[in-house]
Design a protein around this ligand. Structure first.
Ligand code: SAH
Length: 368
């Protein structure tokens, strides 16, 4: 092979690099073009902070430099396929990726807050019994730029939607894609990139133990939510096949070892996990782990034979937890008319018809 030393370096997927690496790459690029170092910071700012769809739009650069940037750093932008707005203001976005995969992002306004529920994988391998994403199976991991890119894509809308809070509660299991989620967290949090405070970023997991350890090793105060959904191994195994690999006792031990307060998520399935005896067992587990409990009304759109717990049952369950000294919240219903639960929009698009109730509950509104 003949190596031509004058040939330009191959294009770099700059949106996939965490801030330090991206800035280094851009600084080297600026130097190669005989430009001062501040050009690197300028260009980086136009990827995330005040994003442009194409680097040809970086108008503060001379035209030839813009063209060089666009050539050397082709941006793979998420293509908006569908946008739906709920009567309660919740918006759901379906994005098409470069290879034809689809992922979902949900924007949930709440006063001055705008929470984005983002996806970390196309599909999911875990097949939780009540989840619409589980039905479609695993397609592929998202790249760091596709994960943080969901926040970028909403900033590119006019008018822009600027997220204040992030929850990894869209499609996929974030801790089974740690390789991409780790740099994505840096992009979300770094003030030079998206600048969202670590305490406003929640990673939700079924309890992938090595991932929890990796998250705990991060110096930033990211929040951890664990999908518990059942207080015994027998029931949890039925609802969440992953429990055979990571049983409750080990997940609880990981929650205890985590140095920050953990949230337990518990989806309320009528007649399945919403009885007083289960409230008592969940209370013991939560107390042992000093966890906060978030009760999630089942979103019936993805329910596959389950029904939501009736409101009085839900209220009694919450009371039973509180009576045992467990801090408990009932998540509010959002986005029902647009099927704003995990995997539902994509599932609809692919032709699998799921019932959508109009007045029951969604699972996407998150406290904190
Ligand atoms: N894989 C991660 C994150 C994605 S799911 C996890 O499981 O935690 C985010 C949350 O939505 C999880 O707690 C999941 O159990 C819950 N969920 C999935 N389908 C739901 C539905 N139909 N109704 C209510 N919550 C649901």
């Amino acid at each position: 092979m003949i190596i031509d030393s004058a040939a330009p370096p191959p294009p770099v997927a700059i949106l996939d690099l965490p801030p330090d690496a991206a800035l280094e790459t851009l600084a080297a690029w600026a130097a190669r073009h005989g430009e001062p170092p501040f050009r690197a910071r300028q260009l980086f700012g136009r990827l995330w902070q005040r994003p442009v769809a194409s680097l040809l739009d970086v108008t503060e650069f001379p035209r030839t430099l813009r063209e060089a940037a666009a050539r050397d750093f082709p941006l793979t932008t998420l293509e908006l396929a569908t946008r739906q707005r709920s009567t309660d203001g919740t918006e759901k976005f379906l994005f098409r990726l470069h290879d034809g995969q689809h992922i979902e992002t949900v924007a949930i306004p709440d006063g001055r807050r705008l929470t984005l529920c983002i996806s970390s994988q196309a599909g999911c391998a875990l097949r939780c019994a009540f989840c619409a994403t589980g039905v479609m199976g695993f397609q592929r991991n998202l790249s760091p730029g596709e994960i943080a890119g969901q926040v970028r894509a909403l900033r590119l809308l006019s008018p822009p939607l600027v997220a204040t809070n992030i929850v990894f509660m869209g499609m996929g299991e974030p801790l089974m894609n740690w390789r991409a989620v780790a740099p994505a967290l840096s992009l979300l949090n770094d003030p030079r990139a998206l600048g969202i405070g670590a305490r406003h970023i929640t990673i939700s997991t079924v309890g992938i133990l090595p991932g929890i350890v990796a998250l705990a090793e991060r110096p930033e105060q990211f929040r951890l939510a664990i999908s518990i959904h059942a207080p015994t191994d027998a029931l949890r195994q039925e609802l969440m096949p992953v429990n055979t690999k990571y049983p409750l006792a080990e997940v609880a031990a990981a929650a205890k070892a985590f140095d920050r307060r953990v949230t337990f998520e518990y989806v309320m399935l009528g007649g399945v996990n919403d009885q007083p005896v289960q409230a008592a067992a969940l209370a013991d587990l939560a107390r042992e782990c000093r966890a906060f409990v978030n009760l999630i009304p089942l979103h019936p759109g993805g329910s596959m034979g389950f029904t939501p717990s009736p409101a009085p049952v839900l209220a009694r369950f919450a009371e039973a937890l509180r009576a045992r000294g467990v801090e408990t919240a009932i998540r509010r219903s959002r986005g029902l008319d647009i099927a704003a639960a995990c995997g539902q929009l994509r599932t609809e698009r692919l032709g699998r018809r799921l019932p959508v109730a109009t007045e029951a509950h969604a699972h996407l509104d998150v406290a904190g």
